[in-house]
Ligand binder design. Sequence first.
Ligand SMILES: Cc1ncc(COP(=O)(O)O)c(C=O)c1O
Length: 449
Amino acid sequence: MPTQAVYEKEYVRKTKKSREHFMKAKKLLPAGVESNVRFFEPYPFYVKRAKGAYIYDLDDNRIIDYALGYGPMLLGHNHPEVVRAVKEQVGKGTMYGASPDLAIEYVKMVQKAMPSVEMFRFANSGTEATMHPMRVARSYTGKEKIAKAEGAYHGGHDYALQGVDIPEAMMKDSRNQPTVPFGSGIPKCISDLVVLYPFNDWGATEDVITKNADDLAAVIIEPIQAGGGCFIPRDNYLKKLRKLTTELGIVLIFDEVLTGFRVAFGGVQEKFDVKPDITCIAKVAGGGYQLAGFGGKRDIMEEIVPKVDGNVYHGGTYNAHPVSVAGGLRTLQILSKPGIYKKIDKIGDSLFHGLKEVAEDRGVNVWVESLGSLGQMYFTDKEVSRWRDAIDVDREKWRHWFMHSLGRGVFFGVPHADEHFFTSLAHSEKDIAYSLEVSDEAFKAIAKG
Ligand SMILES: Cc1ncc(COP(=O)(O)O)c(C=O)c1O
């Protein structure tokens, strides 16, 4: 283990059982975790239960949770109405193979939120929800390439794992950025089929897309880019992208896996009034159960309908799993009630705006980029609106704040400086006030250097 930083000491002191568990877990699970993102130094904590805004670790520490299952738990953990719906469904059988009756009701709810979704297909993860529509777009357009934003994350399949991170030595001008695979084991020929554009830099985006238009089946975009942090679209970026892709006959895919039902009931497309051709959803859409899917224009989605002369394959044993549909449907029913996003956004604003104020009061330079319940704090003295702006932010200060807060019982989200964190409906004013107090302690120490 690396030398212990002072700001980690409280975490280590309070998580002895997690440390012991990690020693056992790493013999059985690579890095001692089930998803690489869950690992962080010196070792991750392990959870035995969760309720509302809190998770409880093996050492019985109560932790205010701003990771929220990496996004899904917008209502907080174990919302009683969602638990009831799930239990009811478990009593009726958990797996049918044939389609569950609730699926239609679920799709109608998605359409209510996102009228751009004329037809919908279920999947089980955000990874599947972005993988399938890329294939559908290729079939629909007869073209092969996909454009994605630098730094954006669209899941763990080979087409998505491109340009997620770009090593400094490989970094070029963003109009001519070569596509670099993220991690090893990805065939080189896949990188050749993906082109990279820079989110929020319209001039370069337009250039890349126009240059590649003859080969591009789809442009996929996280309309608030949360891959690499949190970047809110500026200067009508999304509307310009909509116009250009329509003119060039390129399918526009909104990956709203993380933003859908979070920044508004209808996701970013509602908030910024832009209609994509296809939308991918997951996370909040399942309310904590494995539910995902994609949907959009009827003529594009009908590429999937079995035909004699060929169609796009889409399947999955667990698609529209009855328990997930029950949990997801109840979650969306709750979220569809009037006034709920006003409350959600108010809680988010008090945390994100509060962090900026507290840091500034201590003379620590931060840029907080947020919209309602989603955001990130960067330790920097400049504006961060694009993925490249975040490359040279101070990660050591971020780590100091993150680990100090965790030691004091506040989990500020996905445990890496290039991620983001969330609030939920379950966070109270008291939770926010305590989180700001703990952050203030970290800022004070950071200011002292
Ligand atoms: C925008 C986005 N797309 C896709 C995915 C992949 O989702 P999953 O982890 O459910 O496969 C994620 C996951 O974090 C995501 O944030």
